[in-house]
Design a protein around this ligand. Structure first.
Ligand code: 7PJ
Length: 334
């Protein structure tokens, strides 16, 4: 088999045509989904299976378009965030950084005040609120894209939503006491992420029998728990949690097999940007992982991810423009 036909078999045909499309239901973004009027191979395949476009997500009045792959810009407001070294600690710097990400084409910003880097110290509720709320309050009126809050604490979720956030991104998938009830009541989109263990110890010795199916089953159970608690299924986004209790081998298996998560029927978000798996593969320090992160983002989108959580927004937007053009998503009208 030639290299190209291998790539086709592995990358294009399997995840795009099979994994997402044939499972039925309302799959996560699968590159066959695109705005009405877009042209290309995707549209023909799409019509043939009666595929329905994913509608926009309503993030407390601000719209997040999931009909094509989008970019979530990361804004860490922690003194110890590992990938930006705490550069943007402080409201003014955070605002400047956030506005720049929006100018560069971010579809949503994700603001977090708890570092989840391996070994990071826990943060109190009060401290986390003091980090994120002033930034969300000041930022909300200055940008038009939705703001997501990256937290597991119900008190922080409520404070952030009151301050203007419109989505919850929880690396613990609403497993902390009170988080599920808070998210159901808030009626905003929620990202449920897989993590094995806890940030302080999760990288010690993660073990899986079959990482892709275990992550998928975990996410399926969390979706069920949320829906049983009263959450609208179309508000749920899922994330395999790259680097959260996973070795390099686990992360690579998950990225290669990401298409298998499409059967969950929820849009897929991925966070691969600057992560240690990229550092290990490229032998680069955190500030030099852009090329590796872009490759990972493109691979994830080809396998069905509809949102990529990244630090380098402008470069990722460019990369996804190329992907979208190739798949007939977002081609200009003739
Ligand atoms: C992720 C996250 C991720 C989601 C972080 C970092 C570490 N939320 N929060 N997915 N990673 N949903 O920024 O690299 O992968 S914190």
């Amino acid at each position: 088999m030639s290299f190209l036909s291998r790539v086709n078999a592995l990358v294009f045909i399997q995840p795009l045509s099979n994994a997402c499309r044939l499972e039925g239901g309302a799959p996560g973004y699968d590159l066959l989904r695109h705005p009405p009027g877009a042209r290309g191979v995707g549209e023909r395949v799409n019509r043939a299976v009666g595929y329905e476009c994913q509608h926009d997500l309503d993030c407390a009045g601000r719209s997040l378009d999931l009909s094509r792959p989008g970019v979530m810009g990361v804004l860490n407001v922690t003194p110890d965030s590992f990938s930006d070294g705490g550069d943007f600690f402080g409201v003014d710097r955070a605002l400047r950084r956030a506005e720049r990400m929006v100018e560069e084409g971010a579809d949503i910003l994700d603001i977090g005040g708890e570092s989840t880097r391996p070994g990071a110290a826990p943060v109190s509720v009060r401290e986390e609120i003091e980090r994120v709320v002033p930034v969300i309050e000041a930022l909300g009126p200055r940008i038009s894209v939705p703001i997501s809050v990256d937290t597991s604490k119900p008190e922080v979720m409520r404070a952030a939503l009151n301050a203007g956030a419109g989505m919850i991104n929880d690396v613990r998938a609403l497993r902390e006491p009170g988080a599920l009830e808070t998210a159901v009541e808030a009626r905003v989109p929620v990202c449920l992420m897989h993590m094995q263990g806890e940030p302080r110890t999760m990288q010690a010795a993660p073990v899986y029998r079959a990482v892709v199916s275990e992550v998928r089953d975990f996410l399926r159970r969390r979706i069920e728990v949320c829906v049983n608690a009263g959450m609208a299924p179309d508000r749920i986004i899922v994330d395999p949690g790259f680097g959260f209790g996973k070795t390099l081998t686990h992360n690579l298996a998950l990225l290669a097999g990401l298409g298998e998560l499409c059967s969950l029927g929820s849009p897929i978000l991925v966070g691969l940007s600057r992560k240690s798996m990229i550092g290990t593969l490229t032998d680069r320090p955190v500030g030099e992982r852009l090329a590796g992160s872009l490759a990972a983002a493109v691979l994830a989108v080809e396998r069905g991810a509809c949102l990529v959580r990244v630090h380098d927004v402008a470069a990722t937007v460019d990369a996804l423009r190329v992907v979208r053009a190739v798949y007939g998503c977002g081609l200009p009208e003739p």
